[in-house]
Design a protein around this ligand. Structure first.
Ligand code: AMP
Ligand code: MN
Ligand code: MN
Ligand code: MN
Length: 281
């Protein structure tokens, strides 16, 4: 059986979205780091799950099929992690197709904007870096760093890829309610990812969480990748206040540049860990 001491990482990325490792390597790296339960949660795609499953079998690690959906609620961007989803559930598959089309149109628009700012071929390069997968802002960031335009991710996002900057193009994605319904309808659990990263006031976050819960959301990431200890404590407060289960994940994308798979702070006291439902058969 699992316990709170089990090493659990329920949020990470592979080359199927904006990570740099193939799904099989994400799984073997997690295993080497001692992770016992891992969820692969690529942005708006399930394309990495088959490979991850095979690797999880070989490595003897429990893999939870996951996804991180891009959504909006009242104009606010939210990331909704779906865990233990059925990737074959038709409404979820249709939702993923909608998001894929939105991402492609958005990438083309971002490319046009960057071209007007003097950076030609940004779309083509981001598209190349994304391979068969969805283009994300991370792919544009990697290209602009490679091209010597910016020195690192922090620099490139701040100067080009956030609201008000030349490469930013606003997209409303899908509604939070739809994203949650596709996840829960498939038999999965919907989790609000990294609640401290949206820069919402406490009253806005409370409103988001009330709406999220009434849509069928059950969990909130309490411990996640780049959280400070204070972020973890504040997230725990919101979990308690709204009666949400606690999730945790590294949000790993790339060795060296992100928090490592499985290397997470301890969950604050008084939380209900969401993963206790998954035993390790
Ligand atoms: P997108 O979903 O296409 O808007 O891309 C969002 C992704 O960009 C996130 O999932 C992160 O991986 C990455 N990202 C966003 N902001 C930053 C930042 N300041 N530094 C590094 N990566 C970032
Ligand atoms: Mn990402
Ligand atoms: Mn995210
Ligand atoms: Mn993520």
């Amino acid at each position: 059986m699992t316990s709170e001491a089990t090493i659990v990482d329920l949020h990470c990325h592979s080359i199927a979205s904006d990570g740099t490792l193939p799904p099989a390597e994400v799984v073997s790296r997690a295993t080497a780091n001692g992770v016992e339960i891992l969820a692969l949660t690529d942005h708006d795609t399930i394309a990495g799950l088959d490979e991850a499953y095979h690797s999880a079998n070989d490595n003897g690690i429990k893999l939870i099929p996951g996804i991180e959906l891009s959504a909006t609620w009242q104009g606010k961007l939210l990331h909704i992690v779906g865990l233990d989803i059925d990737p074959e559930f038709p409404p979820l598959k249709q939702g993923i197709q909608i998001l894929k089309d939105m991402r492609e149109e958005r990438a083309i628009e971002m490319g046009k904007r960057l071209a007007r700012a003097g950076f030609s071929d940004a779309y083509e390069n981001a598209r190349r870096l994304a391979g068969d997968g969805n283009v994300t802002r991370t792919h544009f960031a990697r290209h602009l760093i490679e091209a010597g335009v910016a020195k690192d991710f922090t620099d490139v996002f701040k100067r080009f890829l956030v609201p008000g900057k030349p490469g930013y193009y606003r997209v409303d994605w899908v509604t939070m309610e739809d994203a949650v319904a596709w996840i829960t309808g498939s038999g999965g659990v919907a989790v609000l990812a990294h609640p401290m990263r949206y820069m919402l006031t406490a009253s806005w976050l409370n409103r988001v969480l009330i709406a999220f819960k009434s849509a069928g959301g059950e969990g909130i990431e309490v411990v996640c990748g780049r959280n400070s200890p204070d972020d973890n404590a504040r997230s725990a407060h919101f979990a308690r206040k709204h009666g949400l289960l606690a999730s945790q994940g590294s949000d790993f994308h790339e060795p060296g540049k992100w928090v490592e798979l499985g290397k997470l702070a301890k969950l604050p006291d008084g939380m209900d860990p969401l993963w206790l439902r998954w035993n390790q058969q």
